[in-house]
Design a protein around this ligand. Structure first.
Ligand code: SF4
Ligand code: SF4
Length: 192
């Protein structure tokens, strides 16, 4: 079963299948997404500037040319679990950080198995709406990210310094783009 929590850019799509993921205990957290510029901006806009700075110092978030990589670690959470390489933020009961501090993909991505289990092919409304929301969110984040990348390249041709001032700029730019986006995410499908 799929559940939608429609919250604009913070939307979460949740599946009951994830608790018994066919990919193993860490599920798709074995391959964490990048935290793109638009993700970092969203996290900072949500009050996460110091979170980002402290996790860079701890090398859990690693600066790249496109934003931040989430570090992967190799560990098991219980003696009976398989040893897995997975996101540093994955713990015994799933993700250990607040949804507002994650890349948006972590919140809106669902694999094909979840859509099958959720009954998309039989027209189950929540699964059909989740597919629409997934597509809309992916498109808008790709657009925001391309726009932020262009602005960063123009403003910091040598690459930005990962300091508080730069993060604040990312947060403000995200808020500005979200406002300019008008109804793009306001039109996300809402379950009845
Ligand atoms: S989305 Fe799919 S791969 Fe990821 S945890 Fe859920 S069931 Fe597993
Ligand atoms: S941030 Fe959380 S949800 Fe995203 S990959 Fe890491 S553990 Fe998984």
């Amino acid at each position: 079963m799929i559940r939608l929590e429609i919250l604009g850019p913070h939307t979460q799509l949740l599946s009951t299948l994830c608790a018994k993921c066919p990919q193993g205990p860490a599920g798709c957290c074995k391959a964490p997404p990048e935290m793109d510029w638009s993700d970092v901006g969203r996290v900072v806009a949500g009050g996460g500037r110091d979170f980002v700075l402290s996790r860079i110092v701890k090398k859990e978030l690693i600066p790249t040319e496109r934003g931040l990589d989430l570090r992967r670690v190799k560990r098991r959470e219980a003696p009976t679990d398989p040893m897995e390489r997975k996101c540093v933020f994955h713990g015994p009961r799933g993700c250990t950080i607040d949804p507002a501090m994650r890349p948006a993909t972590c919140n809106y991505f669902l694999c094909e198995d979840t859509f099958i289990e959720g009954g998309e092919r039989k027209g189950e409304r929540s699964a059909v709406l989740a597919r629409q929301a997934h597509g809309a969110l992916r498109a808008v984040y790709e657009r925001w990210d391309a726009e932020m990348s262009a602005r960063i390249a123009a403003r910091w041709p040598e690459g930005p310094a990962w300091d508080a001032a730069f993060l604040d700029w990312l947060g403000e730019t995200f808020v500005e783009m979200e406002k300019a986006g008008g109804t793009v995410l306001a039109d996300l499908p809402v379950p009845a």
